[in-house]
Design a binder for this molecule. Structure first.
Ligand code: ZN
Length: 132
């Protein structure tokens, strides 16, 4: 998504990373399965490294020979693997920086429902502590 038009008329732009008005979240029903999957995959990967079976581990998970030939280090391989699963499960939310409305992604990608705060104005609900 690159931009979302808020009910108030403000355009919410998503064209860079670390936006203080954007959040990625997991539904509660996905948190424990994701955590279990994460721990299982890390353990499986460590075992594959110990046994010299990283190539097989990657093939078993659907990675192509072309991807494997990139020769990524362990950290980058695990990043890609874990991040891919997270992206498949996550949903996105935006806070309008003008009126404070929350736009929450639904089960349908790039479809949002809007919630209006009890009082108007930006609340900074997705900002880091230093940005509040
Ligand atoms: Zn707005």
């Amino acid at each position: 998504m690159s931009k979302l038009l808020c009910t108030c008329g403000n355009t919410i732009r998503d064209n860079t990373s670390s936006l203080p008005y954007k959040a990625a979240f997991l539904k509660d029903v996905d948190c424990e399965p994701f955590s279990d999957w994460f721990v299982g995959e890390i353990q499986s990967y460590v075992t594959a490294v110990e046994q010299g079976e990283v190539h097989r581990w990657l093939l078993d998970r659907g990675y192509s020979e072309e991807y494997i030939a990139l020769g990524l280090d362990h950290g980058n391989l695990l990043h890609d693997h874990i991040h891919g699963q997270f992206i498949a499960l996550r949903r996105t939310a935006y806070e309008c920086t003008a009126c404070g409305r929350l736009h929450m992604e639904t089960a349908k990608d790039n479809s949002f429902v809007t919630y209006t705060p009890g009082s108007a104005g930006k609340k900074g609900v997705f900002a880091t502590k230093s940005e509040e």
